[in-house]
Design a protein around this ligand. Structure first.
Ligand code: NAD
Ligand code: ZN
Length: 252
């Protein structure tokens, strides 16, 4: 189904209005309409850069120059994209007090750029570089996209790498994400297959305590027991946000 039906939009909006504490969980799907394809689809980055060769901590230590080819390809795809109406609507809902926090698996920084304030990036951010030696940080600049040796740290000459979580690395921010989710009575899942642990366990955590889970995705049936709103996030999220703000009488 590609068009959200009014009933599911109204049901989701009613849950969001009545919930005391809403936490949003987003994945690659929310940024697809900003022009960032997910990795695993045909034409996605994993086709040219298989994750086992390019996105592991072992590969980075073994051959940083090669892994930087992947970081640059990823970085080039993040220069143009702007937040889309789904990111914008979530930022507004936070300002209006309807959303407490956004937990995202995305590394594109689009929630912050849209104006969301409380954002937990569980897989880190591609817009910042971190030194493997001394943990110094600096922004990922346009010059870092140019082919050449892997950039190094001004302070200690250590290897710089994007501040993202590679396969084989701990997901440091997950404790903060779990604490937020444990405190919510509604988890609003948007554009994630919710298959990748540890984030995949969060919907069940909320449901086990009697909380509500809303699932907005182009595909149906991803999260058992969730209230589903099917369709592209750039259309469904602004509609739900308008219904939350407008109240039940204006939805139908
Ligand atoms: P995923 O690829 O497993 O799932 C994406 C989900 O989005 C799918 O369920 C798909 O049905 C849904 N979807 C696709 N288009 C949509 C749309 N327009 N509206 C709503 N839903 C849509 O992604 P994932 O679960 O987030 O895991 C992939 C990992 O790769 C992420 O954790 C992230 O670290 C990384 N990644 C990040 C970005 C980014 O930062 N934008 C992009 C690709 C991958
Ligand atoms: Zn350093």
């Amino acid at each position: 189904m590609s068009h959200p039906d009014a009933a599911s939009v109204a049901e989701a909006a009613a849950i969001l209005r009545e919930a005391g504490n809403v936490v949003v969980l987003t994945g690659a799907g929310i940024s697809v309409e900003s022009g960032i394809p997910d990795f695993r689809s045909a034409g996605g980055l994993w086709e040219e850069f298989p994750p086992e060769d390019y996105a592991t901590v072992e590969a980075l230590r073994r051959d940083p120059e090669r892994v930087w080819e992947f970081f640059r390809a990823l970085g080039r795809g993040l220069v143009e994209p702007r937040p889309n109406p789904a990111h914008d609507a979530l930022a507004r809902l936070e300002q209006e007090g309807h959303v407490h926090a956004v937990v995202t698996q995305n590394i594109d920084g689009l929630h912050r750029r849209a104006g969301s304030r409380r954002v937990i990036e569980v897989h880190g951010s591609h817009h910042e570089l971190r030194c493997e030696g001394c943990a110094a940080r600096r922004p990922f600049g346009l010059a870092d996209l140019e082919p050449g040796p892997a950039p190094t740290c001004e302070a200690c000459s250590g290897l710089l790498r994007p501040d993202v979580v590679l396969f084989g690395e701990p997901v440091d921010a997950i404790d903060e994400a779990i604490a937020l989710v444990e405190g919510c009575d509604c988890l609003w899942v948007i554009g994630t297959s919710a298959l990748v642990y540890p984030v995949a366990g969060l919907p069940a955590l909320v449901q086990a305590r009697g909380g509500a889970v809303i699932d907005c995705n182009v595909e149906a049936g991803g999260i058992p027991g969730a209230v589903e709103v099917c369709g592209p996030a750039g259309r469904t999220i602004p509609r739900i946000a308008a219904a939350v703000a407008g109240g039940a009488s204006e939805i139908a």
